[in-house]
Design a protein around this ligand. Structure first.
Ligand code: FAD
Length: 231
């Protein structure tokens, strides 16, 4: 086993999603009030009708129909700090690279900008990462199983996941995690996920993001006072 460590950057790719997500959601919404069935609605709804229906549903807060569209992301290079924050969102589905079953010949890790911007702190940080990895390797060479050796790995260690969310949960996730109150790493992840879904479902997601993009900030005295720019 070699003793390599290296910095890692987040990668986000939308790898699957419900075909025609906006038509699917609009048909579900219209079905509730239509004398015809969903197949006919799927065929008959015009682009203008779809947009009008979606905006009405989102504005009214009748969001259960958004659950009919699902989005699956391949996410790589986030820290274990951020993956822990991510999996707190309970209405999503997750598969995460296992530190029990994957033995890391090369440890990759995330460096916070506040540390990367200070050369002397960065040197100490990189030294600590290298030392943790060296101990991880030594423990395994001494016969300790990977599932126990991993206890010495830092929170900064990079991880890979596949994450699926329906549009309702994704809009909620983007509300709380695109907000400036969210930590920089998960905020960057959320904005990248937003950009990815905006490309395939612009009406479903053009107002998705921090609450202040849609109205007053709900954070009270914790408000940042400065809405993040839209992508
Ligand atoms: C800025 C920030 C700081 C945070 N700080 C901390 C912290 O210090 N400590 C900490 O522990 N966590 C912290 N969190 C995590 C936070 O408390 C939530 O666990 C996380 O954001 C998931 O949000 P959620 O529960 O709203 O959403 P999800 O789990 O994504 O669920 C979506 C929505 O479904 C509904 N729902 C889901 N499950 C239930 C249920 N069991 N019962 C009823 N309704 C449900 C709710 O309406 C919920 O909003 C922080 C989050 C943010 C954004």
């Amino acid at each position: 086993m070699c003793r390599e460590v290296g910095a890692r950057h987040v990668q986000v790719q939308l790898i699957q999603y419900t075909p025609e997500p906006e038509r699917t959601v609009a048909a579900a919404a219209r079905l509730c009030y239509a004398p015809i069935d969903a197949i006919q609605l799927l065929e008959q709804l015009s682009a203008a009708q779809i947009e009008r229906l979606l905006r009405q549903v989102i504005r009214s807060g009748h969001h259960s129909v958004l659950e009919h569209a699902s989005f699956t992301f391949a996410i790589g290079g986030i820290s274990r700090v951020t993956s822990h924050q991510l999996v707190r969102h309970r209405l999503a589905s997750y598969s995460q690279q296992s530190q029990r079953y994957v033995s890391y010949e090369r440890i990759e890790y995330v460096t916070p900008p506040a540390i990367a911007g200070d050369p002397s702190l960065l040197t100490r940080y990189e030294t600590a990462m290298a030392a943790a990895h060296e101990l991880y390797v030594d423990l395994q060479q001494a016969g300790v199983a990977g599932e126990d050796a991993r206890y010495v790995l830092p929170n900064a260690t990079a991880t890979n996941l596949v994450v699926s969310m329906n549009a309702r949960e994704l809009r909620h996730f983007l509300t709380v995690r695109c907000c400036n109150r969210a930590q920089w790493e998960i905020r960057g992840l959320a904005h990248a996920m937003r950009r990815a879904v905006l490309a395939v479902a612009p009406v479903l997601f053009d107002d998705a993001g921090p609450a202040c993009w849609r109205g007053p900030c709900p954070e009270g005295h914790l408000s940042c006072g400065a809405p993040p720019p839209r992508d």
